[in-house]
Design a protein around this ligand. Structure first.
Ligand code: ADP
Length: 489
């Protein structure tokens, strides 16, 4: 089977969030399972300098953007068995310091930039000697692919038509643009209707993916259910209900070759296991020491690594911690994002200098160290399509405290659900009182050494390996390939 993946991010080359981890692992583990995979992604600034293994090919793709011809040079990297990444080079569109924008502001030409990427993906899927059976697109940046494909087919210009799968990593980001951007796409006005790619008078990239792909998926079963409701559907619930029979949820996996507590992890100094947890205590003390917090093994340490945006429940956390920090706990946070939410956390640090450290920035090593050095991990997201850190936390013996939403609901077991299998703490109501109560529950568990150890041991044994996730995608690809032509418009 040949699978062509399109993504605006891929780890370790470009990343703003979980999407990058997911597509990188998807390519790698599908390749291992014998699928031939190519992944198309932009060649962002600095990539060739940082990754000399990326080689220029002599292939050039020409596509039309608003009637104008634009050229892409193709760079390549053989990532692993059966898995090649194709980097799309276009100086004007991609040689910038950000992926979607800079200083919290989106680039004004994002519709054009990602339309270009999508057109190149389309050209590669139809014209090269390597023909994909299925094209798997991710999130709004590639959302136009299925409709552009349909248009080419309708005009009789495609010999072999791949199936399409559109995976939604976060419905809150839809790629909504002014209607005049339609002219760039080359699509005629018949597509610009409420049952097509129009969304209240605007052009909606993700909606195009949802409406026109053969199949739609999200990154957890619970989120696949939630997005059918007005609470979580971000205005697209009606469209999604219309595609319910072609909608699945597959929980992301963890790449345990990267996220583990063995001596092969270059970010950690001390290895540990559930049976030999001594290294975890050393990582805790090293973290406390290096961050300038009192080095106290017996004080429960709560960690968090996150984009600091409304979705992640930062405001709620600020309110709950304001109370909880009057008790002997420590809180360490790494993240960046909305300046107002950064300020919420920085204020806590000023108010509780012996108990709180907030690092604004992006730092992979520190993220591993916080996972390893913390006793509990806070993830009070209002909604969470999948979430990765709660699964990393489990493997690192760090008990997750999560709002019961989306992938958090699917991956953490609370004692209220199954006492003998509990791995973490879930709170249902999205308010600071419920979060505070969850933090207090954590303190009570922490004080009961045997119980705490049982949570930790079960969490570390939980298996969210990518082999399973890749197999689920493979099964889904097979299902989509077996289905006849899609019934959607
Ligand atoms: P989202 O995709 O919504 O940001 P996920 O939990 O799916 O949330 O994925 C977030 C990923 O980004 C995780 O791998 C997490 O460790 C990483 N991450 C987020 N913020 C930072 C940061 N400031 N420094 C390092 N890694 C970060």
């Amino acid at each position: 089977m040949n699978i062509l993946i399109g993504s605006s991010e891929v780890q370790p080359f470009s990343k703003t969030g979980g999407l990058a981890d997911m597509v990188a692992a998807l390519g790698k583990f599908l390749g291992r399972a014998g699928v031939r995979v190519r992944l198309v992604t932009p060649l962002y600034r600095g990539l060739i300098e940082r990754h000399p293994e990326i080689r220029r090919t002599d292939r050039v793709v020409r596509v039309s953007i608003g009637g104008r011809e634009e050229k892409a040079a193709i760079y390549e990297w053989e990532a692993s068995e059966n898995y090649t990444i194709e980097f799309i080079d276009h100086v004007h569109y991609f040689q910038r310091s950000g992926i979607y924008g800079e200083r919290n502001e989106d680039y004004s030409d994002n519709a054009e930039r990602f339309l270009f990427l999508t057109r190149v993906l389309l050209a590669l899927s139809l014209e090269s000697d390597w023909t994909p059976d299925l094209v798997h697109i991710h999130d709004w940046p590639l959302g136009l692919y299925p409709v552009l494909l349909r248009d080419v087919v309708a005009r009789g210009k495609a010999r072999r038509v791949p199936k399409t799968l559109c995976t939604i990593h976060n419905l809150a980001y839809q790629g909504i643009f002014p209607p005049d951007e339609l002219a760039l796409t080359g699509l005629d006005a018949s597509y610009f209707t409420p049952s097509g790619i129009e969304y209240y008078g605007k052009l909606n990239f993700l909606k195009a993916g949802i409406v026109y792909a053969d199949h739609v998926s999200t990154v957890s079963p619970a989120y696949a259910d939630e997005i059918l409701t007005s609470e979580y559907g971000c205005g697209l619930e009606g469209v999604l209900v219309g595609r319910e029979r072609s909608l699945s949820g597959i929980l992301n996996g963890v790449d345990y070759t990267e996220w583990n507590t063995t001596s092969s992890n270059p970010h950690l100094k001390f290895a540990y296991t559930a049976n030999r947890p001594g290294g975890k205590m050393r990582e805790k003390k090293r973290l406390q020491h290096d961050l300038g917090l009192p080095v106290e093994g017996k004080v429960p340490l709560f960690g968090m690594i996150s984009r600091l945006v409304e979705q992640k429940g930062v405001a709620l956390l600020g309110e709950a911690l304001e109370q909880a920090l009057n008790h002997r706990i420590q809180f360490v946070c790494l993240g960046s994002g909305d300046p107002e939410l950064e300020a919420v956390l920085q204020t806590l640090e000023q108010r509780f200098p012996d108990r709180v450290r907030v690092k604004i920035g992006y730092d992979v090593t520190l993220s591993h160290r916080i996972e390893a050095g913390s006793d509990f991990y806070l993830m009070p997201s209002r909604f969470e399509p999948c979430g990765l850190n709660q699964m990393y936390s489990l493997r690192y013996g760090t008990i997750p405290i999560v709002h019961a939403a989306g992938g958090l609901r699917d991956s953490v077991v609370d004692s209220n659900e199954d006492n003998a299998r509990a791995t973490g703490i879930k709170f249902e109501a999205f308010n600071s009182a419920a979060l505070l109560e969850a933090i207090y529950r954590a303190r009570r568990i922490y004080k009961r050494v045997e119980l705490f150890r049982a949570y930790r041991t079960r969490g570390m044994a939980a298996d969210f390996s990518w082999e399973r996730t890749a197999k689920a995608y493979l099964d889904l690809y097979r299902r989509v390939l077996e289905e006849g032509p899609a019934a959607n418009p």
